[in-house]
Design a protein around this ligand. Structure first.
Ligand code: ATP
Length: 216
């Protein structure tokens, strides 16, 4: 089973990293592939470049063998559409390998605004992670997809290549990249919200308004 977890990761933080490990446990997979988005189609420009965000992810992962980064969206020109990424992965893995995409309820709530969203269930399973304060609106396409395709057991994802939607509610850390960017811009340290090597690199690159000689 190939599990991808996409996001802007601007910057990556412990909420992302912890979730990735929770997913690896819940789905009993050896690795979760973090897929940074190159050009996010549904939001403004990022605070760090794609290459900088990729570097921060690599620093964050360090030697953790259960996490790896897949930089394929950076190697594709133009906006990063998840359906394109899944098509590429499906072509590489063949028709039978279970492919899983992980998404938080904040992102999944707007699923029907993603390009080619109707193609996605035929490409991958979707694992929807409940984020506090971000419920899936009743009557939305996302809610309909969930009720029509709901899987009740993580093992069910292993028995078919795509098409199921599994909702998980693992313990999450209440951290957002937006909060980290604001904190740094206001001269405050984001220490312990993101790994130390990430914060050190943010400072040396002066990202998000950080001072190079800022406090740890
Ligand atoms: P921003 O604040 O810039 O929107 P973010 O911290 O929400 O960023 P993204 O890169 O936008 O991070 O999110 C990528 C994915 O990670 C999304 O599916 C989102 O739901 C999920 N995610 C973000 N923060 C957390 C967290 N603290 N715990 C679990 N999942 C998270």
């Amino acid at each position: 089973m190939h599990v991808i977890y996409g996001g802007t990761f601007d910057p990556i933080h412990h909420g992302h990293l912890r979730l990735a490990l929770e997913i690896s446990d819940a789905l009993s997979v050896d690795q979760v592939h973090l897929v940074p988005c190159h050009i996010p189609p549904h939001r403004g420009s990022t605070g760090a470049t794609s290459e900088q965000r990729l570097e921060l992810i690599r620093l964050a992962i360090g030697g953790e063998s259960r996490l790896c980064v897949d930089d394929r969206e950076l190697r594709r020109a133009g906006a990063s559409f998840t359906a394109d990424t899944l098509r590429q992965l499906r072509a590489e893995s063949g028709p039978n390998q279970p492919l899983v995409m992980v998404v938080g309820t904040d992102a999944f709530a707007a699923f029907d605004r993603w390009r080619d969203w109707m193609d996605i269930p035929a490409l991958a399973h979707i694992v929807v992670v409940q984020r506090p304060g971000a419920d899936i609106p009743l009557g939305s396409e996302a809610a309909r997809l969930l009720s029509e395709r709901r899987a009740t057991d993580p093992d069910a994802l292993k028995t078919s290549p795509c098409g199921a939607v599994l909702q998980l509610d693992p313990p999450l850390l209440d951290i957002s990249a937006t909060g980290i960017r604001h904190r740094i811009a206001n001269g405050r340290s984001p220490r312990y919200l993101t790994p130390d090597p990430v914060w050190q690199r943010i400072q040396s690159l002066r990202l998000y308004g950080a001072c190079p000689a800022g406090n740890f």
